[in-house]
Design a protein around this ligand. Structure first.
Ligand SMILES: O=C(O)CCC(=O)C(=O)O
Length: 270
């Protein structure tokens, strides 16, 4: 099940039969969690580095006020209006983040899930560090990340790295397992392609959601068509989560779109 956390072995490797099980879970649920992938010390060092990028803010960044989600400040001049939501261009920010994006266990699992040796990291959206602040963070409504993307095929996988614990209190992700396989009528989504919660049929779907709690060093892989959402951070500590998105080399961004703005980078074979 996608809600089990499969630990990587002490040397960070994964047995072939485990990879097959992960692939089956991913096909069914649209997400999988892997436990203890990133070295704990690397998580602490990344948290330290990223905290230093918040104050003073090292751009480029997206602000909570820019997205206008429930709970976000009305504009950048409002109280809390300078709260960052994402540190953008994560891959370019440091050697440590580049190592994280190309983590050998992540690369191995991606090759299996995408069924291809030729795996690429997109430098367009996500490629960011989600920075969920106490006080001024917003809730993210139910959506599929494919709304951001323009690729030949809707087959991309995002990898979410937990540098600290992620739980209900600090706004962990919630997912609707299996929803990557649904084809919903356009009328079930609002103008911005969020699920319309006022529709009973959508309420039934949302009722199936599960929270994805993560511990520092865990990673979550999720399909770009998986419906997911997240709450505000009600803890007293900023939640920092690097997120990168990957695709097969043969699955190309549509020229001229935001997805083609920067070249993708090959994930090295290990
Ligand atoms: O609020 C969150 O942490 C979820 C963010 C998210 O799902 C997104 O930006 O696509």
């Amino acid at each position: 099940m996608g809600d089990d956390v499969l630990p990587a072995s002490a040397d960070g490797d994964i047995a072939g039969e485990d990879l097959t099980a992960l692939q089956e879970d991913f096909q069914r649920d649209g997400y999988i969690r892997l436990g203890g992938v990133v070295d704990a010390r690397a998580c602490r060092e990344l948290q330290e580095f990223l905290s230093g990028s918040l104050s003073p803010l090292v751009g480029p960044a997206e602000y909570e006020a820019d997205v206008g989600y429930p709970g976000s400040p009305a504009d950048r001049n409002a109280v809390g209006g300078q709260t960052p939501r994402r540190l953008l261009h994560a891959y370019a920010r440091s050697e440590q983040l580049r190592h994280l994006a190309m983590h050998p266990v992540v690369a191995r699992v991606l090759r299996c899930l995408l069924g291809d040796q030729d795996v690429m990291l997109s430098q367009c959206h996500h490629n960011c560090v989600m920075t969920k602040h106490p006080g001024f963070s917003s809730a993210t409504l139910w959506h599929q990340d494919i709304r951001y993307w323009s690729f030949d095929e809707p087959e991309l996988i995002s990898v979410w790295f937990a540098l600290g614990d992620e739980n209900r209190k600090n706004g962990a992700l919630r997912v609707i397992g299996g929803s990557q396989n649904l084809n919903l009528d356009r009328g079930r989504l609002d103008r911005d392609l969020f699920l319309r919660p006022e529709l009973e049929v959508n309420r039934d779907l949302i009722h199936r959601a599960q929270i994805v709690e993560l511990q520092a060093t865990d990673v979550l892989f999720f399909h770009c068509r998986l419906f997911h959402a997240a709450g505000k951070n009600l803890s007293s500590k900023v939640k920092l989560s690097p997120v990168f998105t990957y695709h097969r080399g043969s699955n190309q961004p549509i020229p001229g779109t935001r997805s083609a703005q920067f070249p993708s980078i090959a994930v090295p074979l290990v």
